[in-house]
Design a protein around this ligand. Structure first.
Ligand code: SAH
Length: 259
């Protein structure tokens, strides 16, 4: 093949890379290698600076979330940016918190790339649920506690219409992403679905980061806990008996702190 032609029509690859919950040690080797060799990184606001610091000096960094102005680039524009850069011949490392395919809109970005003829690679990451479970030593499943685990979004179109019936309760663990702001509606919704007010839960704020907090309450106490402790995003709400197991030293310490 003619090398000139090849160069002229080179299309970059978009790597949709999961950056995990924060700690760079929780990146996959593939993610770390991509970040270290990237020429262009497009990242969202949840990416820990320590992860971005793995990149070489001079790497072009584009943030699609300007946190201070509380303004995030609309999804269409992010899709267009990825496609434009790839069609211009640039490989793009698109860094997303946790896993790209768990509440990360990775599906939309991959579709936009494929529609434009841009090759896409998905690099999985440790989703917040796994990061929080490990860091807070809360097993999401347990032979004596839970054989089902579900992930739901606490902030989504029509929260009240979402059918969560049967996702929480005996033998089941429910993990709620993006649920801090809607905590009162979440507690109300679950109790209206028949969940007992004393079902134990844990709120894990800043999981896998030095400032992590693990807070516990019964379901009915969730709104008060979030308000009293001024819980901030990013945080996960884990509901179920597994959060009340006292088989880890860390869990005991956290319980004492909150009590
Ligand atoms: N793709 C991501 C989720 C993005 S949605 C993943 O797989 O983890 C953003 C939500 O993820 C936050 O609102 C919060 O609920 C959760 N989250 C992300 N990072 C977190 C962290 N370090 N600790 C606790 N929750 C986190």
């Amino acid at each position: 093949m003619c090398p000139g032609m090849n160069q002229r029509f080179h299309i970059g690859t978009v790597h949709l890379v999961g950056a995990g919950p924060g700690d760079p040690d929780l990146l996959t080797l593939r993610a770390a290698r991509l970040v270290m060799h990237a020429k262009l990184i497009v990242h969202d606001g949840l990416i820990d600076p320590a992860v971005l610091e793995l990149a070489r000096p001079g790497t072009r960094m584009i943030s699609v979330a300007k946190r201070r102005a509380h303004h995030t680039m609309p999804q269409d524009e992010i899709n267009a940016l990825l496609v434009r850069e790839a069609l211009a011949g640039h490989d793009v490392v698109r860094l997303k918190g946790g896993d790209p395919f768990v509440f990360g809109r990775g599906g939309e970005e991959a579709e936009a790339c494929r529609a434009a003829g841009v090759p896409v690679e998905i690099v999985p990451g440790i989703s917040a649920a796994m990061g929080a479970a490990a860091a807070a030593q809360i097993p999401l499943t347990h032979r004596e506690g839970a054989s089902v685990v579900s992930f739901v979004a606490g902030q989504c179109k029509g929260l009240t219409e979402q059918d969560w019936a049967g996702l929480a309760g005996k033998g089941r663990t429910l993990v709620i992403y993006m649920g801090v702001k809607t905590a009162p509606q979440i507690a109300e919704k679950l109790m209206a679905d028949g969940l007992a007010p004393d079902v134990p839960l844990a709120v894990v704020e800043n999981a896998a980061r030095p400032e992590m907090r693990v807070l516990r309450a019964p379901l009915a106490g969730l709104p008060d806990l979030v308000e009293r402790e001024k819980v901030k995003s990013p945080a996960l709400i884990i509901i179920g008996e597994v959060t009340a197991r006292e088989d880890s030293a860390l869990a005991r310490v956290a319980l004492e702190t909150v009590a």
